[in-house]
Design a protein around this ligand. Structure first.
Ligand SMILES: NC(=O)CC[C@H](N)C(=O)O
Length: 365
């Protein structure tokens, strides 16, 4: 069956024509790209991508189908998908369906047959911008008008849209390693990484007040990853300032890292085009070892402000661009990383951070 035509229009007017894939419709968001060769389902269901239209750099996407085990949340979180060859045919024993059916069932619009190498090169030189995809409106001029209604990622609060509505608990209730998780869009494997190390976790909606969280009697706090601009999340920064006063082990990942920085008066900034992939080299400055990491972020922690801050120690740096990848708050048991040690998808080099966190909670007096 020949797919219907589809159009992609970027904020700077760049227009690409391709074929419709997934749901028929129109969708817009910030365009970004992921360089990972595998793990597309984990990426599509990562709540940190909420509000973004994703280009998968790898040419073949969909070729191993979809499995219910490979999700990082309750469904697809990307706003739209752009690919070179999005495959309807798949082969993998445990697959339950095709990428096309999966996107259709969740009403996600995609376009394929696009020259993704040219598009990624364009974004790498021009920087992050919004885009719109449509398989129902093929007039680029009409789409340009609709594109102006897509909100700018800078200043956008999105975490409360993907956070849990009700608290829930996981793990063994008799465990003394009680972790309160602030859910700003958490990936499931982060929770698995804590529970499989013996933690009992309680996951709280993003806007839960600290007094409520403290009723759980946590031995440690976790600040999750999530979508949007961290600088728009005053409510979370206030909560984290309160958490830091508790002097209990605290660990933040990605958005959680940015929020920990903000709670320590270190500003964040919008990056030129972000880091998204599974092969970013990071140096651990404490051990001197290099880790190959999974990344997904479009904002970062201001390197100059961190370097000047007497109360913050830099623990990890990115070996590609020297950006700040990890910090520790001096005199407090609080640390965070910009990358994703739960690594779904990705290499497992950084899982030791969960061991460090759980040990910190166990040994904290
Ligand atoms: N993975 C994340 O937590 C992303 C954090 C933030 N939304 C960013 O894009 O930088």
């Amino acid at each position: 069956m020949e797919n219907k035509p589809a159009v992609l229009v970027l904020e700077d007017g760049t227009t690409c024509y391709g074929k419709a894939f997934g749901a028929i419709g129109t969708t817009g968001g910030e365009i970004c790209f992921n360089t990972g060769m595998t793990g597309y389902q984990e990426v599509f269901t990562d709540p940190s991508y909420f509000g973004q239209v994703l280009i998968m750099n790898n040419v073949h996407i969909g070729n191993y189908g979809i499995s219910i085990e490979d999700v990082e949340s309750d469904g697809i979180k990307i706003k739209g998908l752009i690919g070179r060859n999005l495959e309807e045919l798949y082969s993998r024993k445990k697959a339950q369906g095709s990428l096309d059916e999966y996107l259709k069932s969740q009403n996600i619009v995609a376009i394929e047959g696009v020259d993704t190498r040219a598009l990624v090169t364009h974004i790498r030189s021009k920087g992050a911008m919004n885009c719109i995809i449509s398989s129902e409106i093929l007039d680029a001029e009409v789409l340009k008008k609709k594109l102006s209604e897509v909100p700018d990622m800078s200043g956008l609060e999105l975490a409360s849209f993907v956070s849990t509505n009700v608290p829930y608990e996981l793990g063994d209730p008799s465990s003394p390693v009680r972790i309160a998780v602030m859910d700003y869009g958490i990936k499931r494997n982060i929770l698995n990484c804590m529970v499989s190390r013996g933690a009992y976790v309680k996951v709280f909606p993003a806007k839960t007040c600290l007094e409520e969280v403290k009723k759980f009697n946590p031995a440690g706090y976790f600040i999750s990853n999530g979508p949007g601009d961290p600088a728009s999340m005053d409510y979370a920064v206030d909560t984290i300032k309160g958490i830091l006063k508790e002097e209990k082990p605290t660990f933040g990942i990605c958005l959680g890292h940015q929020l920990l920085a903000l709670a320590n008066d270190i500003p964040t900034f919008k990056m030129h085009h972000g880091h998204r992939g599974v092969n970013h080299p990071v140096k651990n400055l404490i051990t001197g070892r290099c880790e190959i990491t999974t990344q997904n972020h479009g904002f970062g922690v201001d390197p100059e402000a961190v370097k000047k801050a007497d109360h913050i120690e830099i623990t990890h740096v990115n070996l590609n661009d020297q950006s700040i990848e990890g910090i520790r708050v001096k005199g407090k048991p609080a640390f965070s990383v910009q990358y994703h040690p739960e690594s779904t998808p990705g290499p497992n080099d950084s899982r030791y951070l969960f061991d460090d966190f759980i040990n910190l909670v166990k040994n904290h007096k």
